[in-house]
Ligand binder design. Structure first.
Ligand code: ADP
Length: 411
């Protein structure tokens, strides 16, 4: 058997003020070669930090990075100086609209289709499309692949996608898309590998609790409902995003407070959630440290846990019961006190935490006789993108060689 060819794959994940980039060698083994976190884009001093596969810093600077394009250019030039060969680049594309339900090779036709979706996600899609063009300019021959954060939820039951709005808006694509799909997909594969396919096909809720936070109900390995909606602003309370609000609140702010649509967007995306309620920070670790002295920080934590618990209950009802609960992302993986508060008094749902295991972030944090197995799992959206990209590069190479073969025969 010929060994699988190694592919050098770069993954690019554009956040609203950050870029997360990783370089993998994907062959028989999946090896992280380096990861770059470029943060504080658009602020006075940016943070450009590159680490090798073992987590050792190999470059760190604080340049002024006025926008994402400058940041990406800087990184790609750094890469070119090291004469790094790339086979392919995979992107996290936050919104795939109605059409894209799986990763695809990027073509000019796709870029045009995604440009039409920009109004659905004006904070991310323009950045993602710009990144694709920048990479093409500096690495003109490299294969590019789009991995959609909405794809995992694209085939939820209609009832989970529908909003109670006039039919025309449904046809126009106003519906629950759901996000964090690459994280959910990665974790459901991981669950199958650590606990077996039968467990991964059971009734699972994954709580992805980071700065952005959402929860998804999964059955038979597929998303059946999720908390985020038409945009990633909906659902749970988050670091800076409000999550679900009564639509009347938005109307009141527009009509009575005279907020423009961009001021309203700024309010619900950047000034709400934990930072809005606490008045101090969007970072839950900071709020926990403040909670003794700052009652608003304590209230923000309480509301965060309350909303997570309420949504967990709703999704368990959707599934008709629960077999596995998974906590993931910055808060889910590292904050035992938050997991404890979310799971408190949920024995009636079959959730019984083991306090000691919870305290040490063990892989399984429920008691041996708990009807629901509660797990802490590390998510890895970058690796999921690299896997999809490798699969598509492999198939595009075989299509190219089949085409070359056919051309050869006709000549
Ligand atoms: P995102 O990827 O959505 O920006 P993260 O998954 O990094 O967010 O989560 C950030 C949140 O997790 C913050 O509220 C932070 O306080 C909390 N957190 C707690 N412990 C850790 C940790 N050890 N590492 C990273 N984030 C942590």
């Amino acid at each position: 058997m010929t060994p699988a060819k190694d592919h050098r794959i770069l993954t690019i994940n554009s956040g609203s003020s950050s870029l997360k980039i990783a370089l993998f060698v994907m062959g028989k083994k999946e090896t992280l070669e380096l990861s770059a976190h470029i943060e504080r884009i658009g602020l006075s001093a940016g943070h450009f930090h590159i680490k090798d596969g073992e987590g050792r810093t190999i470059a760190e600077e604080h340049p002024h990075l006025p926008n994402h394009d400058t940041a990406l250019n800087r990184f790609l030039k750094w890469l070119q100086k090291r004469k790094t060969h790339l086979d392919a680049v995979g992107y996290r594309v936050v919104q795939g609209g109605l059409h894209y339900d799986q990763p695809e090779l990027i073509t000019l036709q796709m870029e045009r289709a995604l440009a039409k979706l920009e109004p659905l996600d004006p904070d991310h899609l323009p950045l993602e499309l710009k990144a694709i063009k920048t990479v093409r300019r500096l690495y003109p021959d490299v294969t590019q692949v789009a991995c959609f954060d909405t794809a995992f939820h694209r085939h939820m039951p209609t009832v989970a996608q529908q909003y109670p709005l006039p039919r025309k808006l449904w046809r126009d694509g106003v519906r629950r898309f759901g996000f964090h799909g690459l994280s959910y997909e990665f974790l459901i594969h991981e669950l199958a590998s650590v606990a077996g396919a039968k467990v991964a096909r059971g009734r699972v809720i994954i709580a992805h609790l980071g700065n952005g936070a959402s929860m998804t109900a999964i059955r038979g390995g597929k998303s059946v409902d999720t908390t985020m909606g038409f945009t990633p602003t909906g659902g749970l309370m988050m670091g800076t995003r409000s999550g679900d609000l009564d639509p009347g609140v938005m109307l009141y702010l527009l009509r009575e407070k005279g907020l423009s649509s961009s001021a309203l967007s700024d309010l619900v995306n950047k000034r709400a959630g934990l930072v809005g309620v606490s008045g101090t920070s969007s970072d839950l670790r900071v709020l926990v440290a403040q909670s003794e002295s700052n009652p608003h920080a304590a209230e923000a934590i309480e509301l965060f846990c309350y909303e997570a618990k309420k949504n967990l209950g709703a999704l368990a009802v959707v599934l008709g019961g629960l077999d596995t609960l998974i906590f993931t992302a910055g808060i889910g993986e590292n904050m035992p006190a938050i997991r404890r508060r979310i799971c408190q008094h949920l024995e009636f749902l079959g959730i019984r935490l083991d306090p000691k295991r919870n305290e040490r972030n063990a892989a399984i944090i429920s008691l041996a006789d708990s009807p629901v197995t509660v797990r802490v799992m590390k998510t890895n959206e970058e690796l999921m993108i690299a896997r999809h990209t490798r699969d598509l590069v492999g198939s595009s190479a075989s299509v190219k060689s089949r085409r070359a073969g056919k051309q050869g025969r006709t000549r």
